[in-house]
Design a protein around this ligand. Structure first.
Ligand code: ZN
Length: 215
């Protein structure tokens, strides 16, 4: 039995049957040389997600990226636009993105940032907003993208997941907020240099000056 895997049902239907009735069913039938309606007789079709993950957008054949690298739907699901996400930068210059570095638009970094939104929403009541705002006031930014408290949380949490030691030495107030106030535990136990061991030396130099700015 051949299984055809789709992404998600469309915004308006939560049909458990993938590729049912929409333009994608017809397109697949054309590509496979089938007559109309034959797709589901010949193939098993399932979706990765059981319902539409966003608030708006097109059909389930292209998940709604809303022009973002990823987003959190507020219900425990993270969508990463892998096509839009970047590959790790080999030699920094124009682009500076690397997994475990503070600027990280790789799928890992995007997913970790969105996980930060998930944690922020799950722990919302326990997060002392005044104390968090105070941390943001007293400490240098973690990254350039901190337009509000929730994004600042997601950016710091990204590092907490991908390179906790870098957050610990570079932005210690954020680190303390996560580990002491929120009692979160890092999942990695490696030095930040070990995490970045395959990165171009420019990343190491930039991380060092980023750490110095946080002091
Ligand atoms: Zn965000």
């Amino acid at each position: 039995m051949i299984l055809i895997v789709g992404q998600a049902p469309s915004r308006s239907s939560d049909s458990p049957l993938a590729f049912s009735g929409g333009p994608n069913q017809r397109k697949l039938e054309e590509l496979l040389g089938l007559s109309a309606g034959e797709l589901h007789l010949r193939f098993r079709c399932v979706n990765l997600l059981s319902s539409w993950p966003g608030w708006r957008g097109g059909d389930g054949g292209s998940l709604p990226s809303r022009g973002l690298y990823g987003w959190y739907d507020g219900r425990g699901r993270i969508v990463v636009d892998v096509k839009r996400a970047r590959a790790p930068t080999k030699k920094p210059g124009f682009s500076w993105t690397y997994p475990g570095y503070k600027a990280d638009l790789t799928p890992l970094g995007v997913a970790a940032h969105e996980a930060g939104h998930h944690v922020y929403s799950q722990m919302y009541r326990r997060i002392d907003k005044r104390a968090w705002r105070d941390v943001l006031k007293r400490e240098a930014p973690c990254t350039r993208y901190e337009p509000n408290m929730s994004e600042a949380f997601a950016e710091a949490f990204k590092l907490f997941l991908t390179n906790p030691d870098l957050l610990r030495v570079g932005r210690p107030l954020r680190w303390e907020f996560f580990t002491k106030r929120l009692k979160l535990k890092p999942v990695r136990d490696l030095s930040w240099r070990a995490v970045l061991r395959r990165a171009h030396p420019k990343f190491i130099a930039a991380a060092e000056s980023w750490i110095a700015r946080g002091r």
